[in-house]
Design a protein around this ligand. Structure first.
Ligand SMILES: NC(=O)c1ccc[n+]([C@@H]2O[C@H](COP(=O)([O-])OP(=O)(O)OC[C@H]3O[C@@H](n4cnc5c(N)ncnc54)[C@H](O)[C@@H]3O)[C@@H](O)[C@H]2O)c1
Length: 332
């Protein structure tokens, strides 16, 4: 009998990439458009594995219901796992993930946000389409010689650091577990968070969301930053207290923000809401700034990444099914 997988939050591009890779596995994949939540967890009855993404909910209620429904594996098709209650899953439901699908995609996208905001490409695009060829307000700065602060120096940040070196930037980094060998090879320094905040012209977030990192960018940390700092977040929305960010933007302490993630993104991101009004006032305020670019958690979204996500997810499920070691298991 074919192994059954309930696939939540399915988009046309997911279905295309998973169906292609599934040609070699022949799993019975049931694609559901909705995000997994306590109301639709009933759809997991009788399936072997459940596949979810960043905005699905796998809290204790959902996990218990999946276990009761006979689900044997939770397969995340993403790297982050902050949406899963690992304590609730422990000993009941193994959780696997895709630790790296294309760190290049996210690193390149972080750089794209920096360059767009700095050189105001997003504004120039609209101006010239409207016959406005003036340059007023579009002035940027040379990246060369500026200081960038990188928080979290894992797979994505390491690639970004190499790219930024090519720009001739001075790189400061902070990580709970500094990779001193890498720092020596690439010629950058690990510093304290306070020093990073104080010195950086651009700050880019690449650490996971944990109890420790939640809201690390807040009123207090913003007050320690340089006037006119640019903040880039392709990590997780809750790394930033958005209300404090908005205050920093209004006070012009923060000159620009590139946000691929947003703390309340679950309601909006990946969905076409263009025929509705935005009833999230915080998001609406963010979208009103001409020095803020908000994108819909798309940093990962390249052809290569989608293919790798499907390959690794189905391989993880195959490993579980055939009792092979789970190399990508998330262990609490
Ligand atoms: N926007 C997107 O599309 C997208 C895609 C993939 C990943 N991400 C996010 O990017 C993050 C980084 O991804 P990665 O693949 O480089 O992860 P990684 O696990 O390779 O690196 C994370 C780094 O953060 C460090 N870290 C952990 N806790 C920290 C703390 N309290 N302070 C400072 N550093 C800390 C770790 O030591 C590690 O070096 C992920 O956690 C995920 O949230 C976003």
């Amino acid at each position: 009998m074919a192994y059954k997988i309930a696939f939540f939050g399915a988009k046309p591009y997911d279905i295309a990439s998973f169906d292609k890779v599934n040609e070699k596995y022949n799993y019975d994949i049931r694609y559901y458009k909705g995000h997994l939540n306590p109301n639709n967890v009933v759809l997991t009855q009788g399936v072997d594995a459940v596949c979810i993404f960043v905005n699905d909910t796998a809290d204790a209620t959902v996990i218990d219901a999946m276990v009761d429904n006979g689900v044997k594996l939770l397969a995340l098709r993403c790297a982050g796992f902050n949406n899963v209650d690992l304590k609730a899953a422990k000993g009941k439901l193994p959780v696997v993930r895709v630790p790296a699908y294309s760190p290049y995609a996210v690193a390149e996208y972080s750089l794209a946000l920096m360059l767009s905001l700095n050189r105001k490409i997003h504004r120039a695009y609209w101006r010239t389409r409207d016959g406005n060829f003036s340059l007023n307000g579009l002035m940027g700065f040379d990246m060369h010689g500026k200081t960038i602060g990188i928080i979290g120096t894992g797979k994505i940040a390491k690639i970004l650091i190499r790219m930024l070196k090519g720009f001739g930037m001075r790189i400061l980094a902070y990580d709970l577990y500094p990779d001193l060998k890498f720092a020596e090879e690439e010629g950058f320094s690990y510093v304290s968070l306070d020093e990073l905040y104080r010195e950086s012209d651009i700050i880019s977030l690449h650490c996971p969301l944990t109890d420790q990192t939640k809201y690390m960018i807040n009123k207090d940390s913003i007050s320690k930053m340089k006037d006119g700092v640019m903040i880039i977040n392709t990590g997780r929305g809750q790394l930033i207290n958005t209300n404090d960010l908005i205050e920093g933007l209004k006070e012009k302490k923060i000159a620009a923000a590139g946000l691929d993630v947003y703390e309340e993104e679950g309601e909006y991101f990946y969905e076409d809401k263009s025929d509705k009004i935005i009833d999230d006032d915080v998001l609406a305020r963010l979208l009103s700034f001409n020095n803020v670019i908000v994108t819909s958690h798309q940093a990962f979204f390249t052809r290569e990444a989608l293919h790798n996500i499907a390959e690794t997810t189905l391989q993880n499920i195959d490993d579980f099914r055939h009792h092979r070691p789970l190399v990508n298991e998330v262990i609490l």
